[in-house]
Ligand binder design. Structure first.
Ligand SMILES: [Zn+2]
Ligand SMILES: [Zn+2]
Length: 385
């Protein structure tokens, strides 16, 4: 079958000693320490077959993730930017929806013809992290499209436990096509859901919410904040196209932080109260933290979802004076994220369709990933005919 595969060279950075386990498995725990000179290649790979508990899926839609962009791009020394687990060569792509075409032994509920959305964090389910409610922190985690075969391909296999049926959504919308496209947005939105509502414990209706960075994670946070009853949703983003999408998915105002410094803007807009929840989805902590530390409401929480390997100084004293908190989160597994977002979509209470700003056919997948480097789109989808 056809697939788009990431290739790169194993070349640990000067000063980084791969663990014994990394050396035997060739799975780099932090790709950016090890994998150099990345290449995306459209090629033929072996057809997958479902093992016990797995189904064979025909991929229908796959979103381009910022993490794909981070594997396509490299720093000045040639290392990929992505800091998650990667083992190459690997078929890329993880934000996908698909049709079940074959059911392996031991599969309980899925049948051929059913449409599904897939989780991409393949947690083991038996370690202490998994069994105490932290599947996204599983030390044995594999990630679809990075350390396990992904969905920039005609077919992929997946365990039933990572799949959620989309047929009720298709029925509700009267369109399998729309359900497959919206379904491909669940993974990035679930990362926001997990951070805001599972890790940080959410906010009360009537709260003020500020979102920094309006890529797909920030846009998902805006739509969720709106659906969850925020009184005000303020977005901060330097790219004008993305500010327009932020307004379309539910922000009350979208500011260019270079014209409207976020700290003051949030204070003014909330009549001095500050933001009850602040979502950092910009991955630019050096720029955002000096603003965020001035924007906490009493009891306010910041959720850090962006990624950067750099240290960012924070005036921790504001956490004392405002009784504020900073919470980090990664991933979308567990916590009821997928099924609850599906319910919001089925109830048409989550306005995320405007996030989709560009589509490419499967044959032009690499072009789609290259386009994502512009960082002007909401979500780019690769759609199979
Ligand atoms: Zn993703
Ligand atoms: Zn585990």
């Amino acid at each position: 079958m056809k697939a788009v595969v990431l290739e790169a060279d194993w070349d640990p950075r000067a000063g980084y000693l791969p663990s014994a386990r990394e050396l035997t498995t060739r799975k780099a725990t932090m790709a950016s320490h090890v994998w150099r000179h990345p290449r995306f290649v459209a090629t033929e790979v072996a057809d997958p077959a479902p093992a016990f508990g797995e189904v064979l899926l025909r991929v229908r839609v796959c979103g381009v993730c910022g993490s794909d962009t981070h594997c396509y791009e490299h720093d000045q020394d040639g290392y990929v930017l992505f800091s998650g687990p990667v083992r190459v060569p690997v078929t890329v792509g993880h934000e996908y929806t698909a049709e079940v075409v074959e059911v392996g032994p031991g599969v309980r509920h899925l049948r051929p013809g059913m449409l599904v959305a897939a989780e991409g964090m393949l947690y083991c389910g038996v370690c202490e992290a998994c069994r105490t409610g932290h599947p996204n922190q599983c030390p044995d985690l594999d990630m679809v499209g990075f350390s396990a075969p992904g969905a920039y391909a005609e077919y992929v296999t997946a365990q039933e436990r990572f799949l959620w049926p989309l047929d009720p959504l298709a029925e509700r919308l009267g369109s399998a096509h729309r359900a497959l496209e919206l379904g491909a947005l669940i993974e990035p939105i679930a990362c926001s859901y997990n951070g805001m509502f599972v890790s940080a414990g959410g906010f009360l209706p009537g709260a003020h919410v500020a979102v920094f960075g309006c890529g797909p994670i920030g846009l998902g946070a805006i739509a969720l904040a709106r659906a969850a009853g925020a009184a005000t949703v303020m977005a901060f983003e330097t790219v004008p196209e993305r500010r327009a999408v932020a307004l379309a998915v539910g922000a009350d105002a979208a500011y260019d932080p270079r014209d409207a410094p976020a700290g003051d803007t949030i204070r003014e807009r909330t009549r001095g109260w500050g933001a009850d929840m602040i979502v950092e989805a910009a991955g630019a902590a050096l720029q955002t933290m000096p603003q965020i530390e001035r924007a906490f409401s009493p009891g306010g929480k910041m959720v850090y979802l962006g990624r950067t390997g750099l240290r960012a100084p924070v005036l921790l004293d504001v956490l004392v004076t405002q009784a504020a908190g900073i919470v980090g989160a990664r991933g979308h597994a567990g916590g009821g994220c997928f099924p609850r977002i599906l319910r919001l979509l089925e109830a048409e209470r989550l306005n995320v369709a405007p996030m989709i700003t560009r589509r490419f056919p499967f044959a032009r997948t690499i072009e789609a990933v290259a386009k994502s480097c512009d960082r002007t789109d909401g979500k780019i989808l690769v759609v199979h005919e």
